[in-house]
Design a protein around this ligand. Structure first.
Ligand code: ADP
Ligand code: MG
Length: 723
């Protein structure tokens, strides 16, 4: 057997293989050139239409058909000037990916020609056959229709390659009974809930604002692997991760990759990907090498969460698409390689008014500080009371490999706030601030909050949810996942905490307390009950697991420990109260995610079996044969055959244990087959995954003994170090 050509993989890449002229870019010129920003739309619309559209965007007023028609024409004209021939509603079904169905602008006319048409009706509402999207019981099969509805708050954009382009219209996706089948709808609803409660809170602080929304900026980690290897690994192709593969002799121990200079070919890929992202109006800001070999990170500047969520999906699509032009496959999986760091997506989250005031920016006067502490405490309360929801929002099969306090946060949700803020909070709890000599927190004199540097030196990387100066960073989010649901959860739980705290404060102020006194009481009550969520120590330590248990915090190690809690009354009530999801919508999500877990694991077990039986086993047996022959021959020659014999025994042992574990795997899979959904998924977690690990161990054992030229799979060394 001849092995594939590793060298070719390293060499075959050419900087301009696709014949395009490399060119430097002028960011200001290309930024947003493929998006229809509201300003540009405004120029194309009659004034009264624009005013009506504004009412829809800002006040949620329904679009009438006249406005929709005018907007549709403006959009079509713009898109066709850009060379687009088709349009699609671009939506985010609960698969976590995006979906599109392209329609041509062109309609044949009577004379045998064709005219370009795009009406308001087509803009506002599309009607894809939704039967193949997950719906978790929300749609009967005879009601196959789903509806998509234009989201005017996220700009339309054009996707292009060298052969053409099409207009994408960001939309929400619902069943015909109006229930959300997508990620966007609840996100919009949760922003509304947050807006309502945050504005109410600001009113109490005498701040008037048009709108408050969450802002989100994500740091996206990913791996690149040469396609030469990718397409020879059935596991990478079908599951996104290596199901077998022994650790390389040189992993990330040397730490020479992190923040190192970016390899030439990778840099070329990054530059082109970023250029595409700029055109889409995505404000990419940073890039660097990550911890593991061949691992990288890209991060945009934060935006309002709805747009950030759309952009985050576009970012993942673009990274994958452009990587292929450079002979790479971009791996977004949370754990492509065993024994090396996995990939996450840090979700930076804050609250901002439409005038740009960051509500998590500590102030420099007592009033601003009080306001800051009010929102800050609300978040601690929200996290404390909804550890389960935050954990669920990041729960999926792939993230189970990553969370767990080795390289990523533990599955215990806690909040890091830094020593200085903890100090302030302790003083508040002890009532010291009120009497403090400098006029205190609640007085009007000197500001009491110590200034908190934005880049505090004691950044804690082991916390799942960390305050980093003017925003919280949710670090446990998985690299491949849509950020929508984690954002929905953050928005909703904070809206709820604000709601309760506002009610308390309003009541206390009514009962002729001074505002300061009332606020002090609400803050210390809130912090008193929620303070156990604060943890500034080492989240990776065993002591923390112990300590968290004593504090009564939830520890939900895997998806199937977390997901069942989604439909607890507490959670359904919360989502219903704030009109983010109704009961059926919550149940549907649980069902869909459990099904996804199951499907992922089924594909993984099948692929593991296929690789073991049809690739590894034949290679091992061929080598075994060769060894057996040589053992016999050496004996016939009356020479010492102990070396070959030892090897023969090793390989034979490996083959036997591989066979045993494969039988065990089949049995474990069969045992679960008749169980109902949730139990079956739990059975897989408890009984199938451990056996898959056994199979893997046998394969990895064989990889160390079978002759390299017999081994059918690209190995870690090749995949990780050919850049
Ligand atoms: P850090 O050094 O703390 O990681 P950066 O300024 O590099 O901070 O930001 C990291 C990420 O956090 C970026 O994606 C950035 O856009 C995002 N971010 C910064 N401020 C905010 C905010 N107010 N709201 C949401 N995300 C933010
Ligand atoms: Mg960060």
């Amino acid at each position: 057997i001849r092995r594939y050509d590793t060298l070719a993989a390293a060499r075959n890449w050419l900087p301009n293989a696709n014949g395009e002229q490399s060119q430097s870019m002028n960011i200001t010129e290309i930024f947003g050139e493929n998006t229809l920003q509201l300003e540009a739309l405004k120029e194309r619309l009659p004034k009264e239409i624009w005013v009506a559209l504004q009412r829809t965007i800002q006040e949620g007023e329904e679009l009438n058909s006249k406005v929709a028609d005018a907007v549709a024409v403006a959009m079509k004209d713009w898109a066709m000037e850009k060379g687009a021939t088709h349009f699609t509603h671009w939506f985010q079904p609960l698969t976590g990916f995006t979906a599109e169905k392209h329609d041509s602008f062109i309609t044949p006319n009577e004379g045998g020609g064709a005219i370009a048409e795009f009406s308001g009706k087509e803009l506002i509402q599309g009607e894809p056959d939704a039967s193949s999207f997950p719906h978790g019981g929300l749609r009967q099969t005879f009601e196959a229709r789903g509806y998509t509805a234009w989201d005017p708050t996220s700009p339309a954009f054009i996707m292009e390659n060298q052969n053409g382009s099409y207009l994408c219209i960001p939309t929400a996706f619902a069943s015909w009974t109006g229930e959300a089948l997508d990620h966007k709808t609840p996100l919009l609803r949760s922003n509304e809930a947050l807006n309502k409660q945050a504005k109410r809170a600001l009113k109490l602080f005498d701040v008037d604002t048009k709108r408050v929304g969450s802002t989100v900026g994500c740091e996206q980690e990913y791996f690149l692997v040469d396609q030469e290897f990718y397409y020879r690994r059935p596991d990478l192709m079908t599951t996104g991760r290596t199901l077998v593969g022994a650790k390389p002799p040189r992993g990330q121990e040397l730490d020479d990759h992190y923040f190192g200079s970016i390899p030439e070919r990778v840099l070329s890929f990054m530059l082109e990907a970023e250029k595409e992202l700029y055109k889409l109006g995505i404000p990419v800001k940073t890039r660097h090498n990550e911890v593991a070999p061949s691992q990288y990170e890209i991060a945009p500047i934060f935006e309002s969460s709805n747009i950030a969520a759309d952009h985050q999906q576009l970012m993942m699509i673009t990274l994958k698409r452009i990587a292929r032009k450079y002979g790479f496959e971009c791996l977004l999986h949370e754990k492509p390689y065993d024994g090396l760091n996995g990939s996450g997506k840090h979700l930076n989250w804050s609250l901002s008014t439409s005038e740009g005031m960051n509500l998590l920016e500590p102030g420099d006067n007592p009033h601003d500080n009080m306001q800051f502490l009010f929102f800050f405490s609300a978040i601690l309360k929200a996290v404390y009371e909804n550890q389960d929801l935050l954990r669920i929002s990041i729960a999926h099969a792939a993230n189970d490999h990553r969370l767990g306090a080795n390289e990523a946060p533990p599955a215990i949700i806690s909040a890091y706030i830094g020593d200085r803020l903890e100090d302030v909070i302790n003083q508040l709890l002890e009532g010291d601030l009120k009497e403090s000599k400098q006029g205190g927190l609640l007085g009007l004199g000197t500001p009491v909050l110590p200034s908190i540097p934005k880049h505090a030196g004691d950044r804690n990387r082991t916390s799942p949810f960390a305050f980093t100066g003017n925003k919280f960073e949710f670090r446990a989010v998985g690299s491949s996942q849509s950020i929508s649901f984690p954002t929905v959860v953050l928005n909703t739980i904070v809206a709820d905490a604000l709601d309760e705290m506002c009610t308390q404060l309003e009541e206390k102020v009514d009962g002729d307390n001074s505002f300061e006194k009332a606020l002090g009481a609400v803050l210390s009550d809130t912090l008193e009950t929620s303070k156990d969520i604060i943890f500034n120590g080492d989240g990776y330590s065993d002591e923390w697991t112990e300590e968290a248990k004593n504090r009564g915090l939830l520890n939900l190690p895997t998806t199937m420990d977390a997901l069942p809690l989604l439909t607890d009354d507490k959670n359904i009530d919360l989502f219903e109260k704030h009109k983010v999801l109704n009961e059926r919508e919550v149940h549907s999500r649980q069902e869909i995610w459990a099904e996804q877990y199951l499907t992922t694991l089924n594909i993984e077990t099948d692929t593991t079996e296929a690789i073991a039986k049809t690739m590894v086993y034949p290679a091992a047996v061929r080598y075994l044969n060769e060894l057996a022959e040589s053992v016999e021959r050496i004996q016939r020659l009356e020479l010492d055959n102990s070396g070959s014999m030892a090897m023969l025994q090793k390989v034979n042992t490996g083959i036997n244990s591989l066979n045993e574990s494969l039988e065990e795997l089949r049995e474990a899979v069969l045992e679960g087959e008749e169980l109902p959904l949730m139990e079956r998924a739990t059975h897989i977690k408890d009984n199938v995954i451990p056996v898959m690990t056994k199979v893997r161990d046998s394969v990895d054992f064989l990889e160390r003994y079978v002759a390299d030229d017999y081994w059918p799979l690209p190995i870690y060394r090749e995949m990780l170090f050919v850049k």
